[in-house]
Design a protein. Structure first.
Length: 557
């Protein structure tokens, strides 16, 4: 059974199927190879999956940080009757990565063929040992990483934004349901009076990087596995806390960015930004750097003029997440921050949707470039940032002129023909997906429910979404968690994939309405669909709402 690979954004946990390791020129190609291996695995074509995974291993060896990648590889090799290769990966996991998920590995049918090997018992014994030592190792690692982040932020001491970003109103959440704090909280234990810890109850907190209420107080919550990465994520989340002391920001997806032409302009902007950052990293001529930067802003201006009615929403989301990602990278211990910004562009560019991920690429890129050009671009934390206006006011000191000749030259410099052909293909794919979901979730009878809490917990695959319009989004893989027993309950999608699974999320004011295909069966308060399960709380009921047979979960009167 393959394991998911996780990444993050503020407010919700986002699932990515993207390999995380040091940036290289082959990064996108390597990820494509991994995706090919997983696709073949899902199709039960284990020989092809093995061939693709072997290409991956030959290119990167054991440099990938996500242990889930190697676990998936072990499953592929075991299913393809290649025990030596499978055991090599598992030994790497248990000995070098201290893999400890005994419950998963001991029940995983994909690895059954390895059970007769003399090495299997040794591997399982090591997993058990790793599990026993995990809590203490976790506490030690967490303390070290928090200490590293505090040192970085104390060294900055507010010079970046005028205020020290460090504070202790945060909780670290681990997937074993342990939570950790640097402050003593009622009911918490400690072994050293430095780090305090406790076990959370089911659904007491969402497993998200966000701001949540716990025991009557708001905390920034950070998932333990996101403390890696030279303090970037922790600083990112602490910055959000500082942001919201100054201004509340809208973080809704920007629906037009999934339009064919908008994606094309944004990809051209990504390419120009990538060239800008590469030129800086390589200490190239300043005029060349400015040429690439001007290309990026030309493409941005063309896009934003056409979709000017969406500009406010776009800039607000970019201010929220773009500045946080910039700050996390800027103040982190990462040595080559320009390469990290390029990595962010690469990662967001391969996403199926651009409506939510884009600021994680643009924020760090423009922030670091503006810093390199030594311009005074920061205006505090209570304003909305517009990178195009900053460029026109601070660098060229005039409005950019959209010359047809220049646009053609800029397109040529930034791989327009390749991007154009790729986006034409994706346009057809999106149209097919919209037709599929329209039939399933709009034209057919459905089951719907509306949350009553605007902060209803959502964990979803950001790369597996489609925006139908400003208020409606398809989620192919999502978990919903009620933060109050007064809300309707919890649900999740099993093995979500675009074009196979999905529910519709519709914004109604500040809350979300979720629409599911009709269930296969209902067992008390449990609803089971072809690919989802939902459990609703006491005080809610299922009612028929139309002649088509649609159902709704409503709060009892």
């Amino acid at each position: 059974m393959k394991l998911s690979v996780f990444n993050r954004i503020f407010g919700i946990t986002i699932v990515f199927f993207f390999i995380q390791f040091s940036v290289s020129a082959q990064e996108l190609d390597i990820n494509a190879v991994y995706q090919s291996a997983i696709k073949a695995y899902d199709s039960k074509n284990y020989n092809e999956a093995s061939n693709q995974f072997s290409i991956l291993i030959n290119k990167v060896g054991f440099k990938i940080q996500n242990t889930g990648v190697y676990y998936n590889g072990a499953c592929i090799y075991a299913l393809n009757n290649q025990p030596k290769k499978a055991l090599e990966l598992l030994n790497h996991l248990v000995n070098d990565k201290l893999y400890s998920n005994y419950k998963h590995i001991s029940r995983d049918g994909d690895l059954n063929s390895l059970h007769t090997s003399s090495q299997w018992d040794e591997i399982i014994d090591k997993v058990k040992t790793n599990l026993i030592t995990l809590p203490e190792r976790n506490r030690k690692t967490i303390k070290n990483r928090l200490s590293e982040a505090k040192k970085l932020l104390d060294n900055d001491n507010g010079s970046l934004w005028g205020e020290n970003i460090w504070h202790t109103d945060f909780l670290i959440i681990d997937y074993d349901s342990n939570i950790y704090s640097l402050k003593p909280i009622t009911g918490f234990k400690t072994t050293d009076s430095i780090l305090f810890y406790s076990k959370i109850k089911n659904n007491e907190l969402s497993f998200t990087n966000s701001v949540q209420e716990y025991k009557g107080k708001k905390y920034a919550t950070i998932l333990n596995n996101y403390l890696k990465g030279k303090s970037t994520t922790l600083i990112h989340e602490l910055f959000h806390t500082l942001q919201f002391k100054h201004k509340e920001f809208n973080g809704n997806p920007v629906s037009y960015l999934d339009n064919y032409d908008a994606r094309q302009w944004l990809r051209l902007e990504y390419q120009a930004l990538r060239l800008t950052l590469q030129s800086i990293s390589n200490n190239e001529d300043l005029e060349k750097i400015k040429l690439h930067l001007n290309d990026a802003l030309i493409f941005r201006k063309l896009r934003q003029i056409k979709y000017k009615e969406h500009l406010k929403n776009e800039l607000e989301l970019e201010t929220l997440e773009g500045l946080a990602n910039y700050t996390g990278i800027k103040l982190s211990a990462i040595e080559n921050k320009y390469e990290e910004a390029i990595h962010q562009i690469n990662e967001r560019e391969v996403a199926e949707t651009y409506t939510r991920p884009f600021p994680y690429a643009t924020g760090p890129a423009y922030g670091l470039v503006f810093d390199y050009l030594n311009i005074d671009w920061k205006k505090g934390l209570d304003v909305i940032y517009n990178f195009l206006e900053i460029y026109e006011a601070k660098i060229v000191k005039k409005e950019i002129v959209l010359s047809n000749t220049y646009i053609l030259q800029a397109k040529e410099r930034n791989n327009y023909e390749r991007i154009h052909q790729e986006e034409l293909s994706k346009k057809t794919r999106k149209e097919d997906l919209i037709n599929f979901y329209t039939k399933m979730l709009i034209d057919s009878p459905t089951l719907s429910v509306t949350s009553i809490d605007e902060k209803y917990g959502r964990t979803y695959n950001m790369n597996g979404t489609i925006s139908l319009d400003e208020d409606r989004t398809i989620f192919s893989s999502i978990k919903g968690t009620a933060k109050s027993k007064e809300d309707f309950g919890n649900f999740y999608i099993k093995d979500g994939k675009l074009g196979k699974t999905g529910i519709l999320g519709t914004w109604i004011g500040d809350v979300l309405k979720f629409t599911f295909p009709l269930p296969k069966r209902i067992e008390g308060n449990k609803i089971i669909g072809d690919f989802y399960e939902l459990e609703f709380n006491k005080g809610w009921e299922i009612v028929k709402i139309n002649d088509k047979g649609s159902l709704e979960i409503r709060k009892m009167k």
